[in-house]
Write a protein that binds this ligand. Structure first.
Ligand SMILES: [Zn+2]
Length: 318
């Protein structure tokens, strides 16, 4: 099938929550059973979510690692520092969802996502408290996934995201309404938070942390696969990375995290031919990254104009 290589992640590993479509773990034995069940069914990775407890996360990590699989987290109830101590492999959404800086945080309880973000706004990227967290994550070999494209859509003054024409027209109209609403938003916190989150990711990577990149189709729905991956590279350059650093974060670092850097992630003799041919020089001008003239997956070349043409108005449909 034409499309990307897909690694299937299991349903969220989470405690009871208001998301009725998610299974709510009962205890740590249940967490172990849940991971074992989905690993047996073919899932190759796991994502802990906002209402997991520390014992449940510890059990999930243990069961995943016993099978040679990795577990990431979009956390809230468990802090980044606690998750590192419990052996988590990666943390989603940069530092945006860290609850480490919430005063009087109750163990194993999520203080609400906005609670964490409000506390984060009081943290200086050069402060000992943040630097110490970064060092702790690096010492425990915890990677961090940057997902700037989804936070950008919540932030007034950011450009319209690329690729909206690929969206189903109803979803496209919904996104345009949401985007217009955000442009009227006078709450200054999101612009500050976006700038701070970007500075924190830069500091983590510059300190030697493994920063990787993802996108996120949730939120307002304007984050389109492929287009948003290119946009993420641009946003990283805007954060202060050099173009080559940003490209590496979005390619080789992900392969390194997955333990597949010997096969994918860079263009080297002997590696699998997963690559794009660009009409320009993104190392000098990062906007050129969107000027793709050929794309190769596992050695087979495709015409990107035809690929994109084949999905116009269809993205977001299952
Ligand atoms: Zn998430």
């Amino acid at each position: 099938m034409v499309g990307p290589w897909i690694d299937a992640t299991a349903p969220y590993v989470n405690g009871p929550s208001s998301f009725t479509q998610m299974y709510g773990l009962k205890d740590s034995a249940d967490a172990r059973r849940f991971v074992a069940f989905w690993a047996d069914a073919g899932a190759t990775s796991f994502k802990a979510y906002m209402n997991i407890t520390r014992p449940e996360l510890a059990a999930a990590v243990s069961e995943a690692h016993r099978r040679g699989l990795k577990i990431t987290g979009h956390l809230c109830s468990v802090t980044y520092r606690e998750a590192a101590d419990l052996g988590i492999d990666d943390l989603e959404h940069g530092f945006f969802v860290a609850t480490d800086f919430v005063k009087d945080k109750q163990p194993d309880l999520c203080p609400g996502q906005t609670g964490g973000m409000t506390a984060l706004l009081g943290v200086d990227v050069k402060s000992p408290e943040f630097t110490s967290l970064v060092q702790h994550l690096i010492a425990h070999h915890v990677a961090v996934t940057s997902t700037l494209t989804v936070f950008e859509t919540f932030t007034r003054g950011q450009p319209v995201p690329p690729g909206l024409e690929a969206l189903d027209p109803i979803l496209n109209a919904q996104f345009e309404q949401g985007y217009a609403r955000v442009q009227q938003d006078t709450d200054p916190r999101f612009p500050k938070l976006l700038a701070l989150g970007r500075a924190m990711e830069l500091a983590f990577a510059r300190a030697g942390g493994l920063l990787i990149a993802g996108t996120d189709p949730t939120g307002m729905g304007g984050v389109i696969p492929g287009f948003s991956d290119q946009r993420e590279v641009e946003l990283l350059v805007g954060s202060g990375f050099t173009p080559l650093e940003a490209i590496r974060i979005c390619t080789l670092n992900g392969a390194t995290y997955l333990g597949r850097a010997d096969r994918i992630g860079s263009i080297t003799a002997g590696k699998q031919a997963d690559l794009v041919v660009i009409d320009g020089n993104p190392a000098a001008n990062i906007a050129d990254i969107a000027r793709v003239s050929l794309v190769f997956k596992q050695g087979v070349g495709y015409d990107p104009a035809k690929l994109i043409g084949s999905v116009q108005g269809r993205a977001g449909l299952f």
